[in-house]
Structures are given as structure tokens and as C-alpha cells.
Design a protein around this ligand. Structure first.
Ligand SMILES: NC(=O)c1ccc[n+]([C@@H]2O[C@H](COP(=O)([O-])OP(=O)(O)OC[C@H]3O[C@@H](n4cnc5c(N)ncnc54)[C@H](OP(=O)(O)O)[C@@H]3O)[C@@H](O)[C@H]2O)c1
Length: 272
């Protein structure tokens, strides 16, 4: 039987497109009645998400706010309070765009870009969770969308700022999980694998194709890229009543990619 959620309201940051949109649509499909769609600048894409949310019978609330700015986060939660009266589910999904200059190697990254990256991940999560919790009842759900390999490995050099910021966000999720456990609010992280219909789809087509073929070759055992709906399904699972005792965990939603050992070629590992 498909999951039916009992909560009423949700906020998803960075929901105008990509994974955030997939999460918003899945929550609407599973019965959430009011869905706040945060975004930074892409009005047309946000309006499209709102239209799709409505098709599932939910009421969308568009909130244009930069999650890298504390005053914007506070304004966003002010709008939630006045329009929704409370909040049951908060998904921190937005990611700074390349324009912030975060995509730079450890020896080169400007401090300002480093700081801006942390502002949209770790600081955003700290400020947003503190604003969300007073509006949440028991059965509240907080979910951080991270990229766990970025915080555990060192090979993707220009990812240093985002990887470090995501690691800080994951750590915060564990601290908040303990702090909020007695309120019945759970706090978990989801680490998506490489996803289609996301930031990756905007890469030059040859680069996107290389990534796709890499995963289809066996580095993702399920032999496909993820979809925004896969991440939406994981969020819905964690929001279900049945997940009320799961907190402080990191869930990989990557078709098994995180199980792969990079030490030997796939053929030597018996992967055909
Ligand atoms: N894509 C993947 O394969 C992948 C893999 C692992 C983890 N993730 C994580 O999944 C999340 C979503 O990734 P995605 O690929 O779906 O991203 P995306 O397609 O680039 O979408 C980014 C979203 O974030 C919004 N945004 C950007 N900067 C913002 C800001 N300062 N304030 C508020 N909103 C902002 C964008 O709004 P506008 O439309 O207005 O610009 C858009 O809605 C990210 O946290 C990412 O790190 C992605």
C-alpha cells in the first residue's frame, strides 16, 4: 500500500526544479495539503512546481528567498507562520549555484566563496531548524539533503567547499536529532546518488553522458542514475508515522553506488 502521510504542511528549500521539485511533488502525492516551495530567482520554474503541486490537490506557497542570508530565512519562516500557522515537515535541499564561485580547488578557493557555501548549507540549517521547531508539533520531520561522499573523500578537488559544508550539515543533523528527540521531532540526512533531471542535466551533454554511462557500467549497481522522485520517495518514507523512531541517521539513496570499492577495476571485482 502506498505511504499516506498524516502531516499537513511542508517547506522544501530549492524546490523550483531538480530534486527539490521531486520532493515537493512526492509529498503532495502522499497527502501533504500545504507545500511551501522556496527558490532563489527562477520565477518561471517555481511557478511550474506550484502548478504541478496543485495538480496533486495541495496548496502551494511560493517563497523567493536566498537561504544564504539569515534575514531571508527569517522572512521565509515568518511567511510560513502567517500563511500556514505551523510547519510539520522541513526539507533543507537548496544548494548554492556555481555563480557563488564555490567550485574551486582547496588551494585556490576564495574565502568569500568558502563562506558563502557554508552560509547556504551549515548556517542555513542551523538558523532554519531553530526557526522551524517552535512551529512544529509532535511528529515533525526535518531532513537535510547532503552529499555524503563530499565529506568523506578528497578526490573531487573543486568540491572542497560544498563537501565540507555538507559534512557540517550532516553533523548538525545528528546534534539536532538528540536535541529534538523528546519533542518527537526526527532529524535525518539523505545523500542522493548522481541524479538525472537535476543540476547534472545542465552540464554539457558529453559530460552528462559520461556520468550516465559510468553509473550504467556498474558503478551504480542498479545501473541507472537516480531520479528526483527516488529522493522524494525516501523523504516520504522518513516522514511516515512508521519512521517515528528513526532519527539522526544518514540514508544513502543511490542505487547502491556507496557500496562500491574503487580499489580494483569492476571486472576484477566480478561486476559484469
Ligand atoms: N543532482 C545530484 O546528482 C545530487 C547528488 C547528491 C546531492 N545532491 C543535492 O541535492 C540538492 C538538490 O540538488 P539539485 O541537483 O536538484 O539542484 P539544482 O537542480 O541545481 O536546483 C537547485 C535549487 O536550489 C535553489 N537555490 C539555489 N541557490 C539558492 C539559494 N541561495 N537560496 C534558495 N534557493 C536556492 C534553486 O532555485 P532557482 O531555480 O531559483 O535557482 C533550485 O530550486 C542539493 O542540496 C545537492 O547538493 C544533488
Amino acid at each position: 500500500m502506498p505511504i499516506t502521510l498524516t502531516q499537513q504542511t511542508a517547506l522544501i528549500t530549492g524546490a523550483s526544479r531538480g530534486i527539490g521539485r521531486g520532493i515537493a511533488l512526492k509529498l503532495a502525492e502522499r497527502g501533504i495539503k500545504k507545500i511551501a516551495v522556496n527558490y532563489k530567482e527562477n520565477d518561471a520554474a517555481a511557478a511550474d512546481t506550484a502548478r504541478l503541486v496543485k495538480e496533486w490537490g495541495a496548496v502551494p506557497l511560493l517563497i523567493k528567498a536566498d537561504v544564504g542570508k539569515v534575514q531571508d530565512i527569517e522572512r521565509m519562516f515568518g511567511m510560513i507562520k502567517s500563511q500556514f500557522g505551523g510547519l510539520d515537515i522541513f526539507v533543507s535541499n537548496a544548494r548554492a549555484t556555481l555563480a557563488t564561485g564555490f567550485y574551486a580547488e582547496p588551494m585556490d578557493i576564495p574565502l568569500q566563496a568558502w563562506q558563502a557555501t557554508f552560509d547556504t548549507q551549515a548556517t542555513e540549517f542551523l538558523v532554519a531548524v531553530r526557526a522551524a521547531v517552535p512551529m512544529m508539533s509532535k511528529n515533525g520531520r526535518i531532513i537535510a539533503i547532503t552529499y555524503a561522499p563530499g565529506g568523506q573523500t578528497g578526490s573531487w578537488q573543486p568540491w572542497v567547499a560544498m563537501g565540507s559544508a555538507k559534512a557540517a550539515k550532516e553533523a548538525l543533523a545528528r546534534y539536532f536529532a538528540v536535541a529534538l528527540a523528546q519533542k518527537g521531532i526526527t532529524v535525518n540526512s539523505i545523500s542522493p546518488g548522481a541524479c538525472d533531471d537535476s543540476v547534472l542535466s545542465g552540464l554539457p551533454s558529453q559530460v552528462f553522458q559520461m556520468i550516465k554511462e559510468w553509473h550504467e557500467s556498474g558503478w551504480t549497481p542498479m545501473r541507472r542514475l537516480g531520479l528526483p522522485a527516488d529522493i522524494g520517495n525516501a523523504v516520504a518514507l522518513l516522514c511516515s508515522d512508521e519512521a517515528s523512531f528513526i532519527t539522526g541517521q544518514l540514508l544513502y539513496v543511490d542505487g547502491g553506488a556507496s557500496l562500491m570499492d574503487p580499489v580494483f577495476p569492476l571486472a576484477i571485482q566480478g561486476i559484469k
